[in-house]
Each structure stands twice: as structure tokens, then as C-alpha cells.
Design a protein around this ligand. Structure first.
Ligand SMILES: [Ca+2]
Length: 233
């Protein structure tokens, strides 16, 4: 409960306070009056194809926006959302909005200009981990991209999940082939930039929109099938 609130980002444009019970489904509100909420996290902490174990991952969302199905309603969301992708319960954004029908989520990745967390400063994605031989690696990307996740019908708006699939993100970014320097692999604009380019190119494939259908705070089984994949808005 405490950590759910700590990780929860509220839409700053909206006044008012909403009593929330985090992501566990322990809420006094009937489902049809639940507030729009989207969690953001990684689907897993491994890249099995390369036997990478991921340790930390941060994502800088310059904007995260709910787009109503009704074109006359205003979009709502937040800006400068710095997300630790490995916390549980996941970071989330909740709106206290009367609009219940949303048909699209828009997410813009851009380098963070904030000093906290320091690992993410100047980067839009920051990932650390180890190879199977325990060689540590650190990836810092400055990829800037806007993605839209569009649904043909109104989304189940209180159980949305922006999921990050690192298996896909690293699919063509071969960390083991990167140059090792001082027993460490650095992947950024100055080091192993060809590996970084492969990572950046897969950004639109790695982020998808999911639904936590049973509202238990985890994506499992059929829930791991995206309800919408990214397109450019
Ligand atoms: Ca679930």
C-alpha cells in the first residue's frame, strides 16, 4: 500500500485528492467508477536469448497521455515521468477524471533533464546488468520517439499497463559482441554505438499496451498479449 502510493504519479494538471488502494484491486470503488490508471514496468528482468540478467532499468517519459474516444474531450496525462521499470508494485499514473472512455494512450520518450535519478540524467533509457560470465554492462540511450497505442474500442481504463519487453528491445543489440573496456561494457553514443543503434531501432517494438485483466497487479498468461502495439501518432 505504502509503496504503491510512493510509486504513483498523479496527473499534475488535475486538482483534488483521490483515495486509492494501489494496484492490488483492494478498492472500495465499484469497477465502473474506477479512475483511469496506467502502470509502467518491464515484463521481465532477463534477456534469455543473450543470457543477460538486468539489474536496473529507468525510462524517461516526457509525456504520457490518455486520449478520450470522444474527440471533443481533452486529453489528460502527465509530463516528466521518470519510471523505475523494476519496482513492484509498478509505477503508475492515475487520473481523477470523469471521462471513462479512452481509445488511445500516447507515450513520448525523451532524455531526462532532471538530476534525479542521476543514472537517467541526460538519457531516455538507462539499463544495467550482467552477461552470463558476470561482465557488467551499462546502456544509456538518448532515443526520442513518440508512440501511440490505439484501440478500436474503449480501453478497460483502470487496468492498463505500458509494458516494456526487454527481450524485444535487445533482440538485435548484441551486448556480448560489444567492446569490453576496464572489464565493463558501456553502450552509449561514444561506446559501442552500433549496438546502441540496434537497441534504439527496436524501441517501437519493445513498448506495447497491455491489460491486467484480473487486476492483480501482475501481467501473466493471456495478459502478456498486447491489446495495442505502437504506431507513430
Ligand atoms: Ca493480472
Amino acid at each position: 500500500m505504502t509503496s504503491a502510493i510512493r510509486n504513483l504519479k498523479r496527473a499534475f494538471l488535475l486538482p483534488g485528492v483521490v483515495a486509492i488502494a494501489g494496484c492490488t484491486g483492494e478498492t472500495d470503488l465499484p469497477p465502473d467508477t474506477a479512475f483511469p490508471e496506467i502502470s509502467v514496468s518491464a515484463l521481465g528482468t532477463e534477456v534469455s536469448a543473450q543470457e543477460l540478467a538486468l539489474e536496473n532499468a529507468w525510462l524517461s517519459l516526457e509525456k504520457l497521455t490518455f486520449v478520450p474516444c470522444d474527440p471533443s474531450s481533452a486529453s489528460l496525462g502527465t509530463t516528466d515521468f521518470r519510471v523505475n521499470l523494476f519496482v513492484d508494485p509498478p509505477s503508475s499514473l492515475m487520473l481523477d477524471s470523469g471521462v471513462s472512455d479512452y481509445c488511445s494512450i500516447q507515450a513520448t520518450l525523451a532524455p531526462s533533464t532532471a538530476s534525479s535519478p542521476s543514472a537517467l540524467e541526460g538519457s531516455s533509457v538507462h539499463v544495467t546488468g550482467t552477461l552470463s560470465d558476470n561482465t557488467p554492462f551499462e546502456l544509456a540511450s538518448t532515443v526520442s520517439i513518440s508512440l501511440e497505442f490505439v484501440s478500436a474500442k474503449p480501453l478497460p481504463v483502470n487496468r492498463l499497463w505500458l509494458g516494456v519487453d526487454f527481450e524485444t528491445w535487445f533482440a538485435n543489440a548484441d551486448v556480448a559482441r560489444a567492446d569490453v573496456e576496464d572489464d565493463t561494457i558501456t553502450i552509449d553514443a561514444e561506446h559501442n554505438s552500433d549496438v546502441l543503434a540496434e537497441f534504439d531501432d527496436a524501441t517501437g517494438l519493445a513498448l506495447s499496451l497491455y491489460v491486467d485483466a484480473d487486476d492483480d497487479g501482475h501481467l501473466t498468461g493471456d495478459e502478456l498479449e498486447p491489446v495495442a502495439r505502437a504506431t507513430a501518432p
